[in-house]
Design a protein around this ligand. Sequence first.
Ligand code: UGB
Length: 598
Amino acid sequence: QKNLGILSPDQIKLAKMLLSEGQSHLFAHWAELGVDDDGKRSFFDQVARLDRSYPGGLASYIHNARKLLADSKEGKNPFDGFTPSVPLGEVLMFGDDKFVGFEEAGIREVRNAAFVLVAGGLGERLGYKGIKLALPAESTTGTCFLQHYIENILALQNASNSILQGQHEAQIPLVIMTSDDTHTPTVDLLESNSYFGMKPTQVKLLKQEKVACLDDNDARLAVDPCNRYQIQTKPHGHGDVHALLYSSGLLNAWHDEGRKWVFFFQDTNGLLFKAIPASLGVSATKGYHVNSLAVPRKAKEAIGGITKLTHADGRTMVINVEYNQLDPLLRATGHPDGDVNCETGYSPFPGNINQLILELNSYIEELTKTRGAIKEFVNPKYKDSSKSSFKSSTRLECMMQDYPKTLPPSARVGFTVMDTWLAYAPVKNNPEDAAKVPKGNPYHSATSGEMAIYRANSLILRKAGFEIADPTLEVLNGQEVEVWSRITWSPKWALTFADVRRKASCNCSVTQRSTLVIKGENVYLDGLSLDGTLVIKSIDDAEVKVGGSVQNKGWTLKRVDHKDNSIPEEVRIRGFEIEKVEQLEINYTEPGKFCYPS
Ligand code: UGB
């Protein structure tokens, strides 16, 4: 009451809302009028922000929290009444005719897509000090994840536009969801690199806000322990992306531009773009409203399984069920062995890699109803079995892959399974944790993420007929990894298997100790025999045929210790660096047709 004098009418409204929602404790320790008034104003700035950024406002957040906390206290099973079964989807084999057909369809469609990168997470598990988007995906070129993503989108844009010549030149938009933790460094990374070649107007950043922490089962908001005029906040999860896209107005703008697809992806998967043309082709051909990218998953492996859930009342949905929930759910519904491998050697439930393709019209229709709100969950750590108090404050969370939970049964929700080696190699774990991963399970570290890129490129060239030597097995940062020839190419060179086959003839060979870097659109490999390092660069107007025998000392992998602080962090978290002993670099800077050796 005594502080009312310093508040605006809007702030008084917010104060009344808080009081009527049982939040009077927030004001209990406020100083008298005239003391800390700036702090009090900043409290209301924060409350206004929390109110604005949650669908339905802060009062809704408090109501939802009370309900979810009561369910959690009661031990209510979110899957009560649901029976799991294996959903229908598309299983692709890299390089066969069906795969190539889907890739071709995907390239035609991609000019009608928008890309949305969720990059608000700080990556605590990785422990890297910078933002994960700035981390090099691989060391032969040092290309960081953001550059890799943007160059791929630009190459997809060019490829799609050139098929549909005569129509207007489409520009594919990129939205990046950031948070307070990642926003400024993401802007800096883009600005200091001229947006990696993208038009600045093509890129939009949407910043997610954190949500209020909760102190108890009555959803009393937690006061920040360091500042009594602030509410403690924590991240709400990547599910925020839907509400942000909805409130930004971008979806309708994209619709008016004739766009059809929205592609969601995560911050550190160096393989993802190898899976995009085919999976978009599947969405377009099958008319999927939701298409989740998936990989074969070993039973009980620590990634969610894509599952069809059928409720006793007839409702069905196809949804990611987290691995720790899938096994108990199966056991409770007539599968006494739980989540087990089938005759393929894998669980029949494909593994969710959290890359989603949504059909824009149905997405807008759904978000118009939900305002982008996603089914949330709460995960309080209780002090004891009475579940009456928490060890520390908690908050509601939401995940972007839970979007289909509110869809009507008529929605066409499917998935596309691709080989793990082609589609999924995230960088999430620090070296110590990765080294503790049981043998045979994926490390998901900077080491394994980089090695997966070399393996995928080697396997693709093998499939195209190249003779690629077998990998060696090495232990780097305590992780046993396959080290294949270090082969990388810019997305301009090849986006699809058809591109690779067109530009690389089958009469080439590469030894295991070799490195091959291709940076140029019109580079054709014919009769090349490589034992060492070859770097090929060419401008777009140059057409270069490269063959013959190339032999030199090459680039070697030098082990580094991840605890050695004298080495840059992005190097030591992978456990090796590339020592550039000797290489052949050929560089074509003039338009025309060239041959190497000439
Ligand atoms: N992210 C945000 O943008 N905002 C946030 O508030 C949080 C994250 P993590 P997670 O690929 O194996 C997901 O932390 O959430 C971004 C799926 O839920 O790397 O533990 C963040 O920047 C899970 O089902 O992953 O697990 C990053 O780009 C499984 O598929 C992305 O969200 C798992 O990924 C993912 O954040 C997986």
